[in-house]
Design a protein around this ligand. Structure first.
Ligand code: FAD
Length: 408
């Protein structure tokens, strides 16, 4: 097990500087344009593919970094560049991790390369779990997968919503109900291969922020996929369902609580995205406060402004520390006895919202315009307290974990 450290090693520093260069030279200059266009920034994704940032190899290298700092460091740098474009770059990775974590070796080898495509023909992937009536309440999911034994096929019907890259993805990973009696323990994930009949894009959402990232409904009408598209395989699913039925007999509440904690290990990565946005806004505000003069002196000469900057930087650093701790715990299999993953996501996402608002205030009228990036960063920051579990759900998970009580 790697010791917890706050010091990046030489190799990590090199990767961080390389990512920072890409974020500063390629992502940041393109941010305003793609925010206005509200479209997937394919040319930027292609650039990222050419240099090796948009690839499974890169993602897997960071994901399996034994210090746990690879993913948070990479997320922070890319999202420092711009949240919408960065989400377009890492969105595929989120779907790929679903396959890496639950898929068989054959599934990993077959589907992940098709999620990324190659530098000349880049593709993206989508992870589709949320539904119109099942957001925070994952157990209310209705999309149904039924096994057709005669053909060894799964038949999937339902509507997914809020899917990042939904409908434009080459490969969709779809979570569906296989046993309605078991709540979220009766769910399974399926690969929907490219061009599968019955899968279509529904509404594409016009969003407040991260507008360069495509978000849409995904409609599944009698979608048939081979048995081999069930992630992990049928035998493993049957064993898991049998265990869940046994546990359900002992008490439904336990089943529900476990479901809420499922994302504990992946939440710090979202926290790291928020740290990137918060740090970016803080840096813009610091520079501005040092150069903008009113009453014959830089505005940072006023304690009212300087103290805000001190608080902003303190919060950003505190958020990063929580994220790094949780990421280290996740890679080393440490139990999240105080829901440290949720804690990191909660604090970092609330920090991003607050710090970006403070940055607008420090830039005054300029902060409120699209001539300066903090306005966009503030719109972008609002997503962190919503996706991958809202702030309220994080508080619920933390409170339940700390108390052992079924708090509502
Ligand atoms: C831009 C974007 C991208 C997304 N990408 C994806 C994706 O790629 N794949 C995917 O599957 N999903 C994705 N999501 C969905 C996201 O995870 C959900 O929006 C989120 O889980 C919240 O669900 P909801 O929107 O239905 O809100 P609701 O669950 O309806 O919540 C509404 C409000 O009620 C509060 N609330 C609900 N229950 C409780 C409770 N028990 N206690 C206290 N407060 C509560 C919430 O905190 C929130 O403030 C994305 C969403 C957005 C906006």
């Amino acid at each position: 097990m790697a010791e917890f450290t706050m010091e990046l090693n030489d190799e990590q520093k090199e990767v961080r500087d390389w990512l920072h260069g890409f974020a500063a030279d390629v992502i940041r200059p393109a941010a305003a344009e793609w925010d206005e266009r509200e479209e997937t920034p394919w040319p930027v994704i292609q650039e990222a593919a050419k240099v090796g940032i948009y690839s499974l190899d890169f993602y897997a290298q960071q994901y399996f970094d034994p210090t746990g700092l690879g993913i948070p460091m990479a997320m922070e740098e890319l999202f420092w560049g711009d949240a919408g474009i960065a989400l377009s770059i890492v969105g595929t990775g989120l779907a790929a991790v679903g396959v890496l974590a639950n898929g068989t070796e054959e599934q990993i080898g077959t589907w992940i390369p098709q999620m990324y495509g190659d530098a000349n023909d880049v593709k993206v992937a989508a992870f589709c779990s949320s539904e119109p009536d099942a957001g925070s309440d994952v157990a209310s999911m209705r999309t149904r997968a039924v096994y057709d034994e005669a053909k060894d096929e799964w038949v999937i019907n339902g509507t997914k919503t809020w899917a990042t890259n939904g409908g434009i993805a080459n490969v969709h990973v779809v979570v569906a109900v296989v046993d309605p009696e078991l709540g979220s323990k009766g769910h399974a994930s399926f690969i929907i291969p490219p061009n599968t009949p019955g899968l279509s894009q529904g509404q594409k959402f016009k969003k407040h922020g991260i507008r360069a990232s495509h978000t849409a409904e995904v409609v599944l009408e009698n979608v048939r996929v081979p048995g081999s598209c069930l992630l992990g395989g049928k035998e493993k699913l049957d064993e898991r369902l049998a265990r869940a039925r046994e546990r359900a007999k002992q008490g439904g509440e336990r089943v529900k609580n476990a479901a809420m904690a499922t994302f504990e290990a992946s939440r710090p990565a979202v926290g790291a995205m928020a740290v990137g946005t918060a740090r970016a806004a803080y840096e813009v505000a610091l520079d501005y406060a040092k150069t903008r003069e009113q009453f014959g002196r830089p505005i940072i000469d006023n304690q009212g402004v300087a103290f805000q900057l001190a608080d902003m930087r303190t919060s950003v650093d505190a958020a990063r520390l929580l994220v790094w701790r949780a990421s280290w715990m996740a890679i080393n299999g440490r139990p999240f006895t105080a829901a440290e993953g949720s804690m990191s996501k909660l604090f970092a996402s609330e920090t991003a919202k607050k710090v970006t608002a403070q940055a607008i205030q420090i830039l005054g009228g300029n902060g409120y315009t699209r001539e300066y990036p903090v306005e966009r960063m503030h719109r972008d920051a609002a997503i962190y307290t919503i996706f991958e579990g809202t702030s309220e759900i994080q508080r619920l998970v933390i409170a339940r974990t700390l108390s052992g009580m079924p708090i509502r």
